[in-house]
Design a protein around this ligand. Structure first.
Ligand code: GLY
Ligand code: MN
Ligand code: MN
Length: 429
């Protein structure tokens, strides 16, 4: 669990960076509803990172230059009748007592109170694009302040994207965050191991999904994303989520599933033989993907550019596909012109944390993002030889015996001072 002191420390780090600015964060929009049946609400990750507050219709304001109110929350007021229907609200008092706000107001006072926290700021920090209505609110306030700027001589002269300051903070995890990520990884490892025991010819993909999600739920976790349980040629479809096919002898099963626990995510893929034994073609491709993954993981150490991970995986995969005569020509040209893409069309991983595809950049213009201890990322190369695969011009047709094989292997990797640690090593590969 993350204690209030850690949220406070995060806010203070952010405020130290924005100096005389004011940062505004909006909660995630209300839960999606089909007619009037609502799905679970999930807080916006930036908002949650800074507040730990998980209710909708809230706005957090950080105003380091304000004398007393450096952290202000606008929240839904308490309302016993509404709370009977849709659950507890912290209310204005709770926002202060439980969440450490210096001041709190009902959300319907936002229009009136927000300008007080903006008029002396030199910048507004805000991320546009998540909530169009609220974007317009922020713009309106800014315009009104600019209209009176000549008379007052103070006010925000620009709006900057809060991501640029906040996301590098989210990218490097605290010890507490890493402990939570280990927990999500451990539950997901247990789920994959249970799924593997349960998979056999004749079972349906959704039965395996049920075993996985049963394990998640038993430990208080939920799926971090829709579980992918893809047998046979479904393994060649990257985001296959129908999970309704009956599995057959000699097929592969690709499972991409991970849980979210206390807001932190895991993301694991394993591919294995449903009958327990690979065909010779499946084994050749599996060994190649595994080699690519292990070599890519060996590139995870502090100071190494993030891009090395993908480059290493691509080179190993291309060499292997050339050995099999599935790609022909000059290796440098194949890599540079991405002629391998019909077999490998995605990147080799992403940052992992509060979001499955977590906050943080991968490259700073021409400059590389260098890996640092306490970052967490996935390493997930694959080869997908769809039955309809179309090689690029000049490359050979793919013989039938390879078609229908889709293999991905994905682990969650922590950058450590010494190198790396695979958090999901408990699932065999
Ligand atoms: N499961 C989503 C991903 O691997 O990125
Ligand atoms: Mn992933
Ligand atoms: Mn995945």
């Amino acid at each position: 669990m993350i204690f209030p002191a850690e949220y406070k420390q995060r806010r203070e780090r952010l405020m130290a960076k924005i100096g005389s600015g004011t940062a505004i964060f909006r909660s995630a929009p209300a839960a999606i509803a089909h007619n009037d049946v609502e799905y679970n609400y999930r807080q916006d990750s930036d908002f949650f990172y800074l507040t730990g507050f998980n209710e909708e219709s809230a706005v957090a304001v950080l105003a380091p230059h304000h004398e007393e109110h450096k952290f202000v929350l606008f929240v839904r007021s308490k309302d016993p009748e509404k709370e009977t229907w849709s659950g507890y609200r912290a209310g204005v008092e709770g926002a202060k007592e439980l969440y450490g706000a210096d001041e709190a107001f009902p959300i319907n006072e936002l229009e009136e109170k927000l300008p007080k926290y903006l008029e002396k700021a030199d910048r507004i920090y805000y991320h546009f694009g998540r909530d169009r209505t609220f974007d317009q609110t922020v713009l309106n306030h800014w315009q009104q302040l600019m209209a009176t700027y000549p008379k007052r001589g103070t006010g925000p002269i620009a709006i900057e994207d809060s991501n640029i300051i906040l996301h590098p903070m989210r990218l490097v995890k605290s010890e507490t965050e890493i402990a939570l990520m280990r927990q999500a990884a451990d539950i997901s490892v247990a789920a994959h191991n249970r799924a593997r025991e349960f998979a056999k010819p004749g079972r349906y993909e959704y039965e395996i999904q049920a075993e996985i999600e049963h394990t998640f739920r038993l430990q208080g976790a939920t799926p971090a994303y829709p579980s992918i349980v893809a047998s046979g040629t479904n393994s060649c479809v990257l985001h296959y989520i129908e999970n309704n096919r009956q599995m057959q002898e000699n097929e592969l099963l690709l499972i991409d599933a991970g849980c979210a626990c206390n807001y932190y995510n895991a993301d694991i893929t394993r591919t294995f033989a449903i009958s327990g034994k690979f065909t010779s073609e499946q084994k050749i491709i599996y060994d190649l993907v595994l080699r690519a993954q292990l070599q890519a993981i060996s590139q995870v150490y502090p100071g190494n550019p993030y891009s090395k991970i993908h480059e290493t995986a691509v080179r190993v995969l291309v060499e292997g596909l050339m050995d099999l005569k599935l790609l022909v020509g000059d290796i440098e040209e194949i890599i540079k012109e991405e002629k391998y893409k019909p077999f490998y069309m995605h990147r080799t991983g992403h940052w992992l944390g509060l979001d499955v595809h977590d906050a943080g950049v991968y490259q700073y213009g021409e400059n590389p993002q260098l890996l640092q201890p306490q970052q967490v990322l996935t390493v997930e190369p694959g080869i997908y030889i769809s039955p309809q695969i179309k090689p690029v011009e000049g490359q050979p047709e793919v013989p039938d015996r390879w078609r229908g094989i889709g293999i991905r292997i994905e682990d969650d990797v922590l950058v450590t001072v010494e190198g790396n640690q695979v958090l999901t090593a408990g699932v065999p590969k």
